[in-house]
Design a protein around this ligand. Structure first.
Ligand code: ADP
Ligand code: MG
Length: 391
């Protein structure tokens, strides 16, 4: 089954896509990875989305418009990619998270927009959407949903491997924590969210991120600001836990900078980069991880990766690309994988990772052009995933 996965993450920089052809052989799920990439949001749409995100007040009218326009932006990508792939059997669209309703260590709700009816209408292909909220209804965080793929993809690594994603937020999947209660997955804190906010602030919006980590490389880490930021109570909560830009946003950065004023811009960016490296490395140490497999946009930030490597000591740092998942496409592949599971009637969550009471089949399914026809449900789920580039 050929599945197109689509997602825009918390950085809302663009729509990531991946076409994956899945087959099961000898109990192992093989994914042949075809086209992958990212299509930036049209600039006016991105500006409108950013202006509408918390803490902004929003009307239902504006919410309807954004749901429609984002759904249509996803549709453009879906139609192009599906046509170039010579057709797909299923699309799984994560859409755009606009609110993740967290109360301490509990998630009460989560909202992804980008109306999937537009995708189904244009492509004629069934669409799995709204994938997070079923896990929330089952008592989980609805995140990090990439954890099932991490567990399947890194299953062959011995001892204590973990996966790291450096998006707007940093999330970790620890495969075999020593307490033996099953894999853990959670957000360690910001990855790029605060770095991006600082860059937008100092460049007046001309730049959206610290390209290749050059600004951070030119600055010095300010210990006072770092200590102030590390006092954030979120870092001391036990997993499972998730966070988002509801916490780590531009206003959060403003308040921190007010406490430690008059720092040169490059020092601010260097310190925020060190904050990400430090909070990730603390978790790697906490769970005695010996191999860390990284993905996400932050992998392109050379200063962040150097600071992280520096704090990891003897931990082996690898790229998800070495496991067949290009770092910019790993989450899109994960959503293709979730779509495949849903189509086969298989749960796509790891309860110890999301904190749910039990694993659940995820999503709502929008029929394509004709009656909805799904493959026969599979009795058992493959527990190993092997990815390779399509021939
Ligand atoms: N060349 C680069 N140099 C530094 N940072 C980068 C680069 N490319 C991407 N990034 C960072 O990665 C972020 C996007 O990562 P992504 O994995 O798409 O996150 P999300 O899932 O939150 O959308 C950007 O906001 C930026 O901070
Ligand atoms: Mg992104």
């Amino acid at each position: 089954m050929r599945v197109l996965g689509l997602i825009s993450g918390t950085s809302h920089d663009g729509i990531d896509f991946a076409v994956v052809d899945f087959t099961v052989r000898d109990g192992v799920l093989h994914g042949s990875v075809g086209a992958t990439g990212s299509t930036p949001y049209p600039a006016p749409l991105r500006a409108r989305l950013i202006a509408a995100l918390p803490p902004a007040a929003l009307t239902f009218g504006a919410a309807c418009e954004l749901d429609t326009l984002i759904g249509q932006a996803f549709t453009e990508v879906a139609a192009d990619v599906a046509a170039q792939a010579g057709g797909v059997d299923l699309i799984c669209s994560h859409g755009q998270t606009v609110y993740h309703w967290v109360d301490g260590r509990q998630v009460l709700g989560t909202l992804q927009i980008g109306q999937p009816a537009w995708i189904a209408e244009r492509t004629g292909v069934p669409v799995v959407a709204d994938v997070r909220v079923r896990d929330v209804a089952a008592g989980g965080h609805g995140a990090p949903l990439v954890s099932m793929m991490d567990v399947m993809l890194l299953a062959g690594l011995p001892d204590r491997p973990a996966a790291l994603n450096l998006g707007g937020i940093a999330n970790l999947t620890v495969l075999r924590p020593r307490d033996g209660a099953g894999p853990l997955a959670y957000d360690s804190g910001p990855a790029n969210a605060l770095i991006d906010a600082a860059v937008v602030r100092v460049t007046g919006g001309k730049a959206g991120y610290d390209a290749d980590g050059r600004m951070a490389a030119a600055g010095r880490v300010d210990q006072r600001l770092l200590d102030h930021l590390l006092a954030e109570p979120y870092y001391r909560l036990d997993p499972p836990k998730t966070t988002g830009k509801e916490l780590f946003h531009a206003g959060y950065l403003e308040r921190a900078l007010a406490a430690v004023p008059d720092l040169p811009a490059a020092d601010v960016v260097a310190t925020l980069t060190a904050l990400t490296a430090r909070t990730v490395a603390d978790q790697v140490r906490r769970y005695e991880v010996d191999t860390l497999v990284a993905a996400g946009g932050g992998c392109a930030n050379a200063t962040l990766m150097a600071m992280l490597a520096d704090r990891l000591g003897g931990v082996r740092l690898m790229s998800a690309a070495e496991f067949g998942a290009p770092v910019d496409a790993k989450e899109a592949i994960a959503f293709a994988l979730i779509g495949w599971h849903t189509a086969h009637g298989l749960p796509a969550t790891v309860p110890s990772c999301t904190g749910a009471g039990a694993a659940r089949v995820l999503g709502a399914i929008v029929p394509g052009g004709g009656p909805l026809r799904l493959p026969a449900p599979r009795a058992t789920a493959p527990d190993v995933l092997r990815l390779g580039a399509a021939p």
